[in-house]
Design a binder for this molecule. Structure first.
Ligand SMILES: [Zn+2]
Length: 247
């Protein structure tokens, strides 16, 4: 019976290979962060300018400028950060390559030591290290010694484009409210209220979608994202009011 169960479990595993969510986390994190940033910063900017009793045309200009500036800043930031990670990885790999070329025996010993620390006996660890290094010595050391794999490798251009695109998609939502809300007939205070409510709904939706895709608890993520968005908007609205009355 037990054996049978194990067999069916194995067959099921074989038929439906488990899709690990961890492999999605890199781009998912970047996409959710970009869209979240786009919504929060653009909505806050619009609310701040609108609270200072600006004209509808000025509010729209501020929103568009915020979108372009934010997308460029996200792209540049991601590019620089991913590039420096990529430089470090390349330097690590070059040093590892030199070490392997210099003293193979020491490197086999080093790799075997890593497997022994994980609980493998010394004879097996030595065999595994030798076999892995016979296939691709650098890949074996990159993966098990440096923790660098295909999945974790930094991709600067991809990171920059993803961030800019998702920021723009996020920023387009609060901007659409300014364009499509009947701004000329609508007094500024109402635009602030509509913008805030709509943007919080967008944020809640984004938090829920991101959590679902990442397999995380939906309510926690939704509340987290909405809370920080609400805080940012409340702060800029307050500062907009202050500056608006001062000017
Ligand atoms: Zn090594």
């Amino acid at each position: 019976m037990l054996r049978n169960k194990a067999n069916t479990a194995m067959i099921r595993l074989h038929l439906h290979p488990e899709r690990h969510l961890v492999s999605r986390i890199g781009w998912l994190r970047a996409a959710v962060l970009g869209a979240n940033d786009g919504i929060v910063s653009t909505a806050s900017l619009i609310i701040g300018v609108a609270a200072a009793a600006a004209k509808p045309g000025d509010i729209l200009i501020a929103g568009v400028a915020g979108l372009v500036a934010g997308a460029m800043s996200m792209a540049a930031g991601e590019y620089v950060s991913a590039s420096s990670q990529s430089d470090t990885e390349r330097a690590d790999l070059a040093r590892e390559q030199a070490e392997i070329a210099g003293d193979v025996a020491a490197e086999i010993h080093e790799l075997a030591g890593i497997y022994m620390k994980r609980g493998v006996d010394s004879a097996t660890a030595d065999t595994v290290a030798r076999q892995l290094m016979a296939k691709d010595a650098l890949a074996a050391h990159a993966h098990d010694e440096l923790g660098i794999s295909e999945m974790t490798t930094a991709r600067p251009i991809q990171a920059a484009l993803t961030s800019a695109a998702t920021f723009t998609a996020g920023a387009a939502l609060p901007l659409a409210i300014v364009i499509f809300a009947p701004a000329p007939w609508l007094p500024a205070p109402w635009l602030v209220v509509i913008e805030a409510i709509a943007s919080l709904l967008f944020l809640a939706l984004l938090g829920a979608v991101g959590a679902r895709a990442g397999g995380a608890p939906v309510w926690v993520a939704t509340i987290r994202v909405t809370f920080w968005g609400a805080l940012a908007m409340a702060l800029t609205a307050g500062i907009g009011l202050l500056v608006g009355t001062a000017v």
